[in-house]
Design a protein around this ligand. Structure first.
Ligand code: ASP
Length: 348
């Protein structure tokens, strides 16, 4: 009888709280040597999987993440794609949703799990949430169906008993172990005694067997402008006039509404006429932009602003970086922007 092949996982450590422990002398949190991970988490040996490690150097707090790290990550995944069944990325929680969103666009034809995880308490602390997050992430990244295909061939975030589609998440809690939510899309798996995969929510390739394509060209000429009562024309103009800017994410009220004053609509219209992409994303955590219901939304639509539907700001930013890196013509970017490319928007 042919022996079953050992499952294999590449565990990538970029930095963040999960890989820290308390220095006994200073009590400060310092990153531990990743080669000692099995010492910190002896449970890893019980898997019976081949788990290889790759540690970034230097390790970074995720507040220091830049698109260069995303490029490094997708290149690393591409290089190792055929050698592993899945990838687990340990990453700081602060910008994890941005990184997961970015990788979802940069990895095309993905057929293997890429699971981001981290923790609120370092893995070297007694009450850590890091161990469970790490162990379940590995199990999820290794899960296959009866045909030997990945159960979750997506870029996801696993945190505190839930598996989310990465580009649907936001870090919403700086204190609780349950730090992420995905307000506009149901979870991909619930983890209790069993790991319950909600396969109806998981994106599967239309055709299996395509080669993984990576996209490393990103254009970061994007600004985020959050509306607030009392915002002035100067504030809006100073953002829209940034040299070289190609796109603005306009964080609007409720279902995509903004003040109707001419000072705003005229400024936005001029920006659009000049070739700026202005994308309407709601400040609300849940729900969708709808520029057809209220006068305040209709006025925005007339200026040529593009509706972001139910996308998160994190995913909108990543999608713009990615699309602007792919297309030089603004018409192409706008055309793709309203399409559902990686499950980041619902139904349109
Ligand atoms: N500041 C840390 C980071 O994002 C927090 C964490 O890991 O949870 O890298």
């Amino acid at each position: 009888m042919k022996a079953e092949k050992k499952r294999s996982i590449l565990l990538i450590y970029t930095g963040g709280t999960i890989g820290m422990k308390q220095d006994p002398d200073t009590l400060a949190l310092v990153p531990f040597n990743f080669n000692q991970i099995e010492q910190e988490v002896p449970e890893l040996k019980k898997f019976g999987y081949r788990i290889d490690f790759h540690s970034f150097d230097p390790l970074i707090d995720s507040s220091n993440v830049t698109p260069e790290l995303w490029v490094e990550l997708v290149r690393l995944i591409k290089k190792n794609y055929d050698s592993y069944d899945g990838f687990v990325i340990l990453h700081g929680t602060d910008t994890m949703s941005y990184s997961a969103s970015a990788l979802s666009f940069m990895l095309e034809n993905l057929e293997k799990p890429v699971v981001f995880t981290g923790s609120q308490l370092p893995i070297g602390m007694l009450r850590t949430d890091g161990k469970e997050n790490l162990i379940s992430s590995i199990e999820i990244a290794a899960a296959v169906d009866g045909k030997g295909r990945a159960v979750v061939p997506e870029v996801c975030i696993y945190f505190e008993n839930k598996l989310y589609r990465g580009n649907r998440t936001t870090k919403y809690n700086a204190e609780n172990f349950s730090a992420f939510h995905s307000a506009n899309y149901p979870v991909l798996a619930d983890v209790g005694i069993h790991i319950k995969f909600n396969t109806q929510n998981i994106l599967y390739p239309e055709v299996w067997g395509r080669e993984l394509e990576i996209h490393t060209e990103l254009d970061m000429n994007v600004a985020i402008l959050k509306l607030f009562p009392g915002i002035t024309a100067e504030v809006v103009r100073s953002v829209l006039d940034i040299e070289g800017l190609r796109a603005v994410i306009l964080e609007t009220f409720g279902s995509g509404n903004a003040p109707t004053g001419r000072w705003l609509t005229d400024t936005l219209k001029k920006g659009v006429e000049r070739g700026l992409i202005i994308m309407n994303v709601t400040q609300c955590q849940a729900g969708s932009v709808d520029m057809d219901t209220y006068e305040t939304g209709i006025a925005l639509k007339r200026t040529g602003v593009v509706g972001g539907y139910d996308i998160t700001t994190e995913a909108a930013l990543a999608k713009l970086f990615f699309l602007m890196g792919q297309y030089s013509d603004i018409k192409d970017v706008k055309e793709q922007l309203v399409k559902n490319l990686r499950g980041e928007i619902t139904g349109w």
